[in-house]
Design a protein around this ligand. Structure first.
Ligand SMILES: *Cc1c(COP(=O)(O)O)cnc(C)c1O
Length: 410
């Protein structure tokens, strides 16, 4: 049967990304490290240049014209983020430096809400930035960290999750999509069950946002975090979405300018949301460019992105598995365009080095998810992660490069 034709013209889209025209080691760049960071389209680059060329000024402070223009642009970006994630209120969107910063705001904020014997639940599939801040929280409070285990396919064992939940559970934090394996976790179910025992849930959306458009109200997430740089935006900016009631309860994370109402040496009162969590001069240009990146991705459409990336995933999986001795880690039915693999008896780093010589950027190593590598008892994997601007021809180039690496290394 004829496959459904995607409404996405990849050759036209590639024209939007200047970096895709360059060569690496004398070969056309094939960029398959999208799970680490995405590439930047010209409209986002133009937004950054326009900011520094025309209206660079500090925000929320001056009455002068430039400051007002910059403030309006920054607050418009916040509005775009609110609309994209479908938050109920604009002040529920805190602009941060990224996922890691956002998680630390929440993990630090919970210090006063947990005590010895309370429990918090994480999944076996997490990025280090959704593990370590919570371990630090447990160290401060005496709370206990429980882990939802995974199976060989890289799927969470949901019946064990049921057993872990109790009235001691105060917080659950899982990623929506695993950066190391691509598994899509059943977060609706995870959130629903946590709420039944009165626990709050933080969803790490760093890896899902490039592929799907999350609706924080429909999900009923208490917190949802992501980074702009995986969404065609710049580095150093991201978001913390939190339900208003939670953000009002949490203490500020950092003290400084912008987050205050009144300051005297006797007592300082804090600003309201969202400024309470935005101490100091933020990444103004980055925030504005984040808004432009969301506009760009929405102009392509997340349904189109998801269906095209699925085609790439199917094609890449099939082609790579034709190589003898190649094993794919993360074989969940429900996954995005990330393929983590190894060649039998060959170190992933050696494959990555040869593949790079051929102009292909893949990630090798533990992908900031050492517990997953420990589960499979491997030092790491080679990870090819596809974006909507990649092509099947590029996958063919990867397959040839991996075959070549295999020949040279075995
Ligand atoms: C990339 C990533 C992070 C960390 O994001 P930063 O932008 O480095 O803060 C956290 N979790 C997941 C799932 C990620 O993919």
């Amino acid at each position: 049967m004829q496959k459904e034709i995607t409404m996405l013209d990849v050759h036209k889209i590639r024209e939007d990304f200047p970096i895709l025209k360059r060569e690496v080691n004398g070969k056309p760049l094939v960029y398959f490290d999208n799970a680490a960071t995405s590439q930047t389209p010209q409209v986002v680059i133009d937004t950054i240049v326009e900011y520094y060329s025309n209206y660079n000024a500090n925000i929320h402070r001056g009455v002068h014209t430039l400051s007002q223009v910059a403030t309006d642009a920054y607050e418009l970006a916040r509005k775009k983020v609110q609309e994209h994630f479908n938050a109920q209120h604009i002040h529920e969107i805190i602009l941060t430096s990224g996922t890691t910063h956002s998680i630390n705001i929440v993990a630090t904020g919970f210090t006063n809400f947990l005590s010895k014997g309370d429990e918090v639940i994480v999944s076996a599939l997490e990025h280090h930035s959704n593990i370590v801040p919570w371990q630090m929280l447990c160290d401060r409070t005496g709370a206990v960290l429980k882990v939802i285990p995974m199976n060989e396919d890289g799927e969470l064992l949901m019946d064990v999750y049921d057993d872990l939940l109790s009235d001691k559970t105060k917080l659950v934090f899982v990623n929506h999509i695993s950066n190391a394996l691509g598994t899509i976790n059943p977060i609706e179910e995870i959130i629903g069950k946590a709420h039944k025992v009165g626990a709050a849930v933080l969803i790490d959306g760093a890896q899902s946002c490039p592929h799907v458009k999350p609706d924080v109200q429909a999900l009923d997430a208490d917190f949802y975090v992501a980074s702009a740089h995986k969404l065609c935006g710049p580095t150093g900016v991201g978001l913390l979405y939190g339900k208003e009631e939670w953000l009002n309860k949490l203490p500020p994370y950092q003290g400084g300018g912008e987050m205050i109402d009144q300051v005297t040496f006797e007592k300082t009162t804090y600003a309201g949301l969202p400024h309470k969590f935005e101490a100091g001069t933020p990444n103004i240009c980055g925030g504005i460019a984040f808004g432009a990146a969301l506009d760009y991705m929405n102009s392509i459409g997340f349904d189109n992105i998801a269906s095209y990336e699925n085609e790439l995933l199917e094609y890449g999986t099939k082609k790579l598995l034709e190589i003898e001795g190649l094993k794919i880690y993360g074989t969940s039915k429900n996954k995005t365009s990330v393929i983590s693999f190894n060649l039998e008896n060959i170190h992933p780093y050696d494959v990555g080095t040869i593949v790079d010589k051929l102009g292909i950027a893949v990630r090798t190593g533990h992908h900031c998810a050492q517990p997953i590598m420990d589960f499979y008892k491997i030092p790491g994997t080679i990870r090819a992660s596809f974006s909507f601007y990649n092509t099947k021809e590029e996958i063919d180039a990867l397959v040839e490069a991996v075959k070549k690496a295999k020949m040279m290394l075995s």
